[in-house]
Write a new protein. Structure first.
Length: 263
């Protein structure tokens, strides 16, 4: 599966922008999330984003929490920056620095004109068995989004948030994530009280993975994944405020405790 330091961001990476966006004046937003499994808190994450002109920066922190710290004390930082060109968000740099126990790891991805130009993973992944490994092809890393850039949607309204596919790349795996409309609702958390839209998410691995992995097959064929979006002020930006992902041993839930525009 995906590396633990940015697994949270991966679960939120569910959409690609549909309309151009350029902030006339700088706009900043903050979100704080709890990740729970079978009702128990296992991780916490916080994200901040800033939009200025046609540029954006997104920064986040993720750390294990509760009983999960006993088994896997993972913590780290994640960042993405780039530009918004016409109807597309174009990452320039994505980086994840994290530790799991005493083991330090890095994922660094560089982009140009919407395509990946380099990927650095530390420690270097082991040798892949060509009999069951699906390699990444020349065309797989064009027009892709990193885990952070893919967490925001630009849309005219809640009605237009769902109904899209994102080409997602996390430094190893390329996957397509599709959103289809499920329902509308409302929610109240610190910083936001109002309408939401929920989309059903589909998962399709494309390349950079080992065939026959039970966890991936479950996500593709059996998992029920739902993501709820809410607007960030009047910016035309929509971000996840809640998500549930069915796993082989129970549901994983991601919920915002804070979701607001920042000064």
């Amino acid at each position: 599966m995906l590396r633990p330091s940015h697994a949270f961001a991966v679960l939120l990476a569910v959409a690609v922008p549909t309309t151009g966006f350029a902030a006339a004046s700088p706009q900043s937003f903050k979100g704080e999330y709890t990740v729970s499994f079978l009702g128990l808190s296992v991780a916490r994450a916080s994200f901040s984003s800033r939009y200025e002109g046609d540029s954006y920066t997104i920064n986040g922190t993720v750390s294990a929490a509760g009983l999960a710290r006993i088994f896997d004390d993972t913590k780290g930082t994640i960042s993405s920056k780039g530009t918004i060109v016409g109807a597309q968000m174009r990452p320039q740099v994505f980086r994840a620095d994290y530790t799991s126990g005493k083991k330090a790891s890095v994922v660094d991805i560089r982009f140009a004109n919407g395509a990946v130009t380099s990927t650095q993973v530390i420690p270097t992944p082991g040798k892949r068995d060509p009999r069951n490994w699906v390699p990444i092809g020349d065309g797989d890393l064009k027009s892709v989004l990193d885990p952070m850039a893919a967490t925001v949607i630009h849309a005219d309204s809640l009605d237009k948030v769902c109904g899209r596919t994102v080409k997602f790349y996390d430094g190893e795996m390329r996957a397509d994530l599709t959103l289809t409309y499920a329902s509308k609702g409302s929610i109240s958390v610190k910083g936001y009280k109002g309408d939401t839209v929920t989309c059903k998410m589909g998962f399709e691995p494309v390349a950079g993975y080992r065939k026959g992995r039970k966890a991936l097959n479950f996500l593709k064929d059996k998992s029920r994944m739902m993501v709820t979006f809410a607007p960030l002020g009047q910016s035309g930006i929509y971000a996840p405020i809640r998500a549930t992902v069915g796993t082989q041993i129970g549901p994983l839930t991601i919920s915002a405790g804070r979701f607001e525009a920042a000064d």
